[in-house]
Design a protein around this ligand. Structure first.
Ligand code: ADP
Ligand code: MG
Length: 384
């Protein structure tokens, strides 16, 4: 299979600034749905080559019929996936490199964003038959971590939480809202369940269960709210020998995988648009994410992370020391033209964010955990 490997972090770094990186941005087009076909919609998105997206701008249906000619715009990304792309290829191109970095003790973050129905949850979680990035990343971690660890001992623990209406909830053990607090590793949700995972099958079940705990719109009980953000955090720990002192140290890497709320009405590429939609009843966290991205792109000193729960949680994953990947999901249908245009503009802007991949997280003073010592884990995964 023709899967391109990207060199994260240093791709467009200036000479002598090797550790300065940027956010990697991908676009995934989903297949036209039956509903869209039945509505007689035309496709307005074309993946021109493996990096380029062409968005057709229908002036109006009449113009199209009269002129048989349309205007359009090209966008260029790190990769653009046509609707035939399978889950494995999306994973391999966007995230496998990040998993490697997590196994070197770094942090990494993958966001999926786009309008409701654009394919975010399919890309992140997927289905039992076609597992998405979250599951494939953990599968890959399981496969590789054993070889990394000095004596084979390692741990992979996960937490899954939701931000809905500025309330943070544990998706693995639903209950009262969680309070965010700052500690030396960044912002943490106090009392969040850390599950120790042992196999990929368990993880799929666990995440599907978690997804069922996501907030549903009161009017549509069977559908997940388009205003809920789901954040999966995977922490991988294993032991290595310190080359200098020959002592055994624990290395920790954290991977955050985020299925954002529907971006409709909330994606703005400039401050003017941002202000004009601020009054409307839209998702505060997503708006704050837009503001932070704008501030980062413009090189501002103050980044308004504190404006929302989502941006507080992602503080260590957006700007400074992190390897960040964004996957923009779009529908091909002309019905969604406006949303697709917004998503592509936003994705285009996100390319300009500079990041600095972190140093390796390792703690020489920490006594390595053994396979049986699970005292720090709140709950152990229930075996069926
Ligand atoms: P979102 O989470 O962005 O609201 P979903 O991931 O739920 O959107 O996708 C909407 C619908 O489209 C779902 O029925 C999903 O199974 C389907 N879908 C999305 N992306 C793909 C894809 N790449 N291939 C096949 N079906 C897809
Ligand atoms: Mg969804």
């Amino acid at each position: 299979k023709n899967v391109r490997k990207l060199s994260m972090g240093g791709l467009e770094a200036a000479p002598g600034k090797a550790e300065e990186g940027r956010i990697f941005v991908f676009v995934r087009l989903r297949p036209m749905s039956k509903k869209e076909k039945d509505a007689g919609s035309r496709s307005c998105v074309r993946i021109v080559n493996r990096k380029e997206v062409y968005l057709t701008e229908f002036a109006s249906e009449n113009d199209y019929l009269r002129l048989k000619r349309v205007r359009g715009r090209h966008f260029c990304f790190d990769a653009a996936f046509p609707d035939s792309t399978d889950q494995e290829e999306v994973y391999a191109t966007t995230t496998s490199e990040l998993v490697e970095r997590v196994l070197q003790g770094q942090n990494g973050t993958v966001f999926c964003y786009g309008a409701t129905g654009a394919g975010k949850t399919y890309t992140m979680l997927g289905t039992t038959d076609n597992p998405g990035v979250m599951v494939l990343a953990i599968k890959d971690l399981f496969a590789k971590i054993r070889q990394c660890s000095l004596d084979g001992a390692h741990s992979v623990s996960l937490s899954y939480l939701e931000v809905y209406n500025e309330t943070v909830r544990d998706l693995l053990s639903p209950g009262r809202p969680l309070v965010l607090r700052e500690d030396k590793q960044g912002t943490v949700a106090a009392g969040l369940t850390q599950y120790r995972a042992f196999s990929t099958d368990e993880v799929m079940r666990l995440l599907q269960q978690g997804n069922q705990n996501r907030t549903t719109e009161p009017t549509r009980v069977n559908e997940t709210s388009s205003r809920s953000h789901a954040i999966l955090q995977v922490v991988a720990e294993y032991k290595v020998e310190d080359p200098a002192t020959k002592s055994i140290i624990t290395r920790v890497g954290k991977l955050s995988l985020i299925d954002l709320a529907g971006s409709e009405r909330a994606l703005a590429t400039d401050q003017r648009t941002l202000r004009s939609i601020e009054g409307a009843n839209i998702n505060r966290s997503l708006l704050a994410l837009s503001s932070c991205i704008n501030a980062l792109v413009e090189g501002k000193k103050h980044i308004p992370y504190r404006n929302s729960k989502l941006t507080q949680l992602l503080k260590d994953s957006l700007g400074g020391s992190c390897n960040t990947v964004m996957i923009a999901n779009v529908s091909p249908s002309s019905i969604s033209f406006g949303e697709t245009q917004n998503t592509l503009h936003w994705a285009d802007r996100a390319k300009e964010i500079k990041t600095k991949p972190s140093n390796i997280n390792e703690d020489p003073f920490k006594v390595p955990e053994t396979e049986t010592d699970q005292s720090k884990l709140v709950l152990q995964l229930q075996k069926e």
